[in-house]
Design a protein around this ligand. Sequence first.
Ligand SMILES: [Zn+2]
Length: 113
Amino acid sequence: MHELSITRSMLEVVAREMKKSGVKRLKKVSIRVGELTAVEPDALRFCFDESIKGTPLEGAALDIENVPLSGKCDRCGTEFRIEAFSNACPKCGGNDIERTAGTELDIISIEAV
Ligand SMILES: [Zn+2]
């Protein structure tokens, strides 16, 4: 399952960061999830809750920010929202599109005490 492996690697990072800062109780993890990662926020939240149950991290919240897939046209510089199955520039019809957002899966912040 996609979301489970993401949760695992995310929690590894969280645990490492918490150890580094000497904090014990996790309050909230904020992440940014790009549209292209095909992550289901509900499934991710479920995996997160299940993974921290019975661990010192239990009770922590997961804050998910969804990032729509966006691109920039190489030819005319227009930035636009890329819709599914269509990746031509809406202004000039160009096909050289650089993805500028929507592929990220980042931890933005970790709140712990
Ligand atoms: Zn263009």
